[in-house]
Ligand binder design. Structure first.
Ligand code: AMP
Length: 373
């Protein structure tokens, strides 16, 4: 067990690292952040910030030696340097979990090999015949770069034959995965934690609404039949076991129109759709991450109130500073800002949650507050 007072090292300095550091500090841990870019959101609240590239083995080794356990908050930290330093300190989750999840080809093949339901897909290597791959999957489909994709970056919907040429031009020379387009009833996600002793705790299933491929609202409890939520939870438990998770994982899923659940994407870290846990569960996903990687007992994941989480993107600064005063005057709303200086369109600057008697009412209030920002 890594007890309070010890040092947790976080690779990646974004908002997930920031909220992890805040939870860890509350429990009395020290937090060191390793992030290539200076002045990162996590570094601002941590005890130490190191700015160096992820593949700088000397800097990474020195960082690892100062930490009692390492984790990562960013999926695109390269796995190879983590493998190279694996004897210096504990890394949780293991680098092989990151390696599987950070590349869509490996992730999809892992899902197929382990028999988890997923959208049918084809892989096309760099320089391969993309048009043939698209025809093999069939139109409509979604073309996604194998590497470095998140928030809809590096993906294109091909809705008709006429869109194929544009896809070929855009992805020429890149390895891609082509997925059948899922005409889903809704999107859901499960965030769960697993400890080294194989204890598992699952947070309530979230229903997610995306706008322009970026998460806009998470609604909890998800407005799906109880058997759908139970199936998603069960699938998540089996998946965490099979992948050998020690830490927290977010699993994005599609609920098909026939009620079946397909896995879309795995994130071996806390997840945007789990931010609601800070305000609506006894233990947040960030505290749970601390508990899981430090070998502490996992915390209570009950939902204390129906809740909706709304992302605040840089777009909200379109007419100047958003109207925080109005939001902060709402007793049911809680504001979280990540301390990012530059509000670029599509950049996640913060989020707010709204708790209410039921999920529909929380969503109605959340939409109203979002418009007024
Ligand atoms: P991803 O980066 O894979 O999580 O995709 C971002 C969003 O694009 C998802 O949350 C969906 O809203 C949409 N999307 C991705 N893949 C598909 C698919 N195969 N069928 C339909 N929509 C998709």
């Amino acid at each position: 067990m890594i007890l309070p007072g010890k040092t947790i090292g976080v690779l990646g300095g974004g908002q997930l690292g920031r909220m992890l550091a805040q939870a860890a500090n509350r429990l009395g841990y020290r937090v060191h952040v390793y992030e290539p870019q200076v002045n990162c959101p996590a570094g601002a609240v941590a005890q130490k910030e190191v700015n160096a590239p992820y593949d700088d083995l000397a800097a990474l080794s020195a960082f690892a030696r100062e930490c009692d356990v390492l984790t990562y908050e960013f999926e695109n930290v390269p796995a190879a340097p983590l493998k190279a330093i694996e004897n210096l300190t504990k890394l949780r989750p293991h680098w092989s979990v990151l390696e599987t999840c950070q590349n869509r080809s490996r992730e999809k093949n892992w899902l197929r090999d382990h028999k988890f339901p997923h959208a049918r897909f084809e892989e096309v290597p760099a320089g391969g015949d993309l048009a043939a791959g698209i025809r093999a999957v069939g139109v409509p489909c979604v073309v996604k770069t194998a590497d470095f994709g998140y928030d809809g970056k590096g993906q294109l919907k091909v809705m008709a034959e006429g869109d194929i040429a544009a896809a070929v031009a855009r992805f020429a020379g890149q390895p891609v995965v082509i997925e059948q387009f899922v005409d889903f009833a809704c999107e859901i996600s499960v965030v769960l934690a697993r400890s080294e002793s194989a204890a598992v705790r699952v947070f309530p299933v979230a229903e997610n609404i995306h706008t322009n491929h970026i998460l806009d609202f998470s609604i909890v409890p998800a407005r799906v039949p109880p058997e759908t939520a139970a199936a998603a939870e069960k699938m998540a438990r089996v998946l965490a076991e099979k992948i050998g998770l020690v830490g927290v994982m977010g699993i994005e899923m599609f609920v098909a129109k026939d009620g079946s659940v397909l896995v879309n994407e795995l994130a071996p870290r806390t997840h945007n759709s789990g931010h609601y846990t800070i305000d609506a569960c006894p233990v947040s996903q960030f505290e749970q991450q601390v508990r899981a990687i430090c070998g502490l007992p996992l915390g209570d994941t009950r939902l204390l109130s129906p809740v909706v989480m709304v992302n605040i993107l840089g777009d909200a600064w379109g007419r100047g500073e958003p109207n925080w005063k109005d939001l902060l005057a709402q007793p049911a709303a809680r504001l979280h800002l990540y301390g990012k200086a530059e509000p670029r369109p599509g950049r996640k600057m913060g989020h707010f949650t709204v708790t209410a008697r039921d999920a529909d009412m929380a969503l109605e209030m959340a939409r109203k507050y979002q418009v007024r920002l």
